[in-house]
Design a protein around this ligand. Sequence first.
Ligand code: HEC
Length: 161
Amino acid sequence: MGAARRALAAAGILGVAAGACLADAPAPGYPNGARAFQANCAVCHGPAGAGIPALAPPLVSYPAHYAGSAEGRRLLAMTVLNGLYGAITVEDKHFDFRMPEFSSLDDPTLAAVLNFVVFDLGHAAAGTKPLTPADILAERAHPVDGAVVREHREALVHTGA
Ligand code: HEC
């Protein structure tokens, strides 16, 4: 970054807007979640959750929407605990790959990483309840296959919940 900024500055194109943009990046509301996201999720979903075309979907809109309902929060916990497998459509783009499971991460870490996705990357609607370690624990008691997680996702997306 330092070298890149110096190169840009030397080229005379590091304008006020770019400087302001760097300074304005807000601190995450869930710093532990941010750290866990960068360590475990960013490799596929990108550091800002923008996704990678044809590989892994963006996480900036759907998860924040899911978090608005109890079923949706269950789906988020299920996804990180069991992975997700099969064809899905996200923001009109098609994905059909396999997300691994992250059940080796503890409940507070999984709750924090999902809250980072929902509130820091996704800007959930006011009044959305954060996920708690108890939400994760409740789903941990019922392990399912990643294909079953997809069925839950399809049911939720198609009922518009
Ligand atoms: C190896 C790549 C990979 C990693 C690492 C990964 N994911 Fe995923 N993720 C995927 C793929 C691929 C899908 C879509 C699966 C499909 O096509 O059915 C997905 C789907 C999701 C979804 C569902 C999105 C939706 O619209 O329903 C969520 C939420 C999610 N990932 C969160 C995470 C989180 C949080 C982490 C880190 C703990 C993570 N992922 C790590 C590849 C990955």
